[in-house]
Design a protein around this ligand. Structure first.
Ligand code: PMP
Length: 283
């Protein structure tokens, strides 16, 4: 694979960042994952808007303008012949002598990109559904910023796997915040789409925005409000969204079947609509 590191495209085993990089020492870094379909980038401008916001919230300088970042993404996709998968991009505050204080303003941010090939459309979980377990949400209180502080979500997913499930849904004060790396939804008996409203407690998913828009266009009723674990357990269906999973049904929570234990109609329909739209609008 060819990767991109601070202005240079190089083989992955030659990509280097300093041991003093603040991304490494302090998780002082933000990232984006843009999915690739048919060799094209899905919702690129949405991801760049969120990147700008994350950088702004952390007073971190922009590594490059959107046009340049687009060119780098495209070049990397082309060099790797990537047809389906994702481009990972990380921006750190750069390398500086270790100090909790932010380094001088002229410290150069680090910019790193690599690609990951994977099947996004043909996914076993789209037909089998996911099993999730609920775990306490022990993350910090600015989950709206897409930082690389991913230790707790990583622990949660590992614990979910250990318990025989696929992923974790995180719970704060009895209410589901989101999945370890995705947004969470339920459809109660009345057929409304329920998902937690945006706040510092969750990441504003780019896929979430797209799926809610498409659900609205399809005439679905949407209620952005917190939902409890109990409500999720008695829901007709449940599902998740993210750039790497699109829309995937959840068929089991904490060992209890959701609905009849098979992927729900809403999730199936939204997945199909989303994929069609993503293919059409990818750049
Ligand atoms: N929540 C969390 C905690 C995530 O890590 C992700 C994926 N990065 C999402 C939600 C989904 O966001 P997106 O649709 O932009 O991939």
């Amino acid at each position: 694979r060819t990767v991109y590191v601070n202005g240079v495209f190089c083989p992955e085993d030659q990509g280097r960042v300093s041991i003093f990089d603040r991304g490494f020492l302090f998780a002082d870094a933000v990232y984006e994952v843009v999915s690739v379909l048919d060799g094209r980038l899905v919702d690129f401008s949405g991801h760049m808007a969120r990147l700008r916001r994350s950088l702004g919230e952390l007073a971190m300088p922009q590594p490059a303008g959107e046009a340049e970042l687009l060119a780098i993404h495209r070049e990397l996709v082309a060099r790797n012949g990537l047809v389906e998968g994702a481009v990972y991009m990380q921006v750190t505050r750069g390398a500086a002598d270790r100090d909790f204080l932010f380094p001088p303003e002229d410290t150069r941010p680090s910019l790193v990109l690599f690609t990951q090939a994977s099947s996004l459309v043909e996914k076993p979980a789209a037909t089998s559904g996911l099993r999730v377990v609920t775990l306490p949400d022990l993350r910090w209180q600015r989950c709206d910023i897409k930082t690389v502080q991913l230790l707790y979500p990583s622990m949660a997913k590992t614990e979910a796997k250990r318990r025989g499930a696929d992923d974790a849904w995180l719970v704060k004060d009895g209410f589901v915040t989101e999945g370890s790396s995705n947004n969470a939804y339920i459809v109660p008996g009345d057929g409304t789409l329920v998902t937690r409203p945006l706040s510092p407690a969750i990441l504003p998913g780019i896929t979430r925005t797209a799926v809610l828009r498409l659900a609205g266009v399809a005439g679905m009723a949407i209620d952005e409000r917190p939902f409890s674990v109990e409500e999720a357990l008695s829901a007709r269906e449940a599902f998740i969204t993210s750039a790497s999973s699109f829309v995937l049904p959840v068929v089991e929570i904490d060992g209890q079947r959701i609905g009849d234990g098979t992927p729900g109609e809403t999730a199936r329909l939204l997945r199909a609509i989303y994929i069609e739209e993503a293919r059409k609008s990818a750049i």
